[in-house]
Design a protein around this ligand. Structure first.
Ligand code: ZN
Ligand code: ZN
Length: 123
């Protein structure tokens, strides 16, 4: 749907230019504070701050276009956790194929983690 160029941000003006505060689109967490930038237009300035400093801290959801931090990103499918929540409870271990019958987080057979990291997010 939406194709956002940058994550949520706030501008904090300083004598030498504008600092940009970039926030995770989902959690709202402050992710990055840039050094002051000065450009001819606000659009250009935002892009400068984003390209040079902000972008590297974010992942773009390929579905909804939100920019999110690593913890809010399901890297297996390149989507944010809103679009692709971590598996609630797998039926089979994806590493060894063992059936998962209980509520365990770790495969009783091979010891691998059954869920994506951060699956306790909803707790
Ligand atoms: Zn998404
Ligand atoms: Zn296993």
């Amino acid at each position: 749907m939406k194709n956002k160029t940058t994550a949520k941000y706030k501008i904090v003006p300083e004598v030498s230019g504008n600092r940009y505060y970039f926030f995770c689109d989902i959690s709202g967490a402050l992710v990055c504070i840039t050094k002051p930038y000065k450009a001819k237009s606000p659009e250009k300035e935002l892009l400068l701050a984003w390209e040079f400093e902000g972008k590297e801290h974010f992942n773009k959801c390929h579905k909804c276009g939100n920019w999110v931090t690593n913890v809010m990103y399901n890297a297996d499918v390149l989507e944010c956790v809103n679009c692709a929540p971590w598996e609630a409870k797998p039926n089979f271990c994806k590493f060894c194929g063992e059936a998962v019958t209980g509520d365990e987080d770790i495969c009783l057979s091979c010891g691998q983690h059954l869920r994506y990291q951060g699956s306790d997010l909803s707790a």
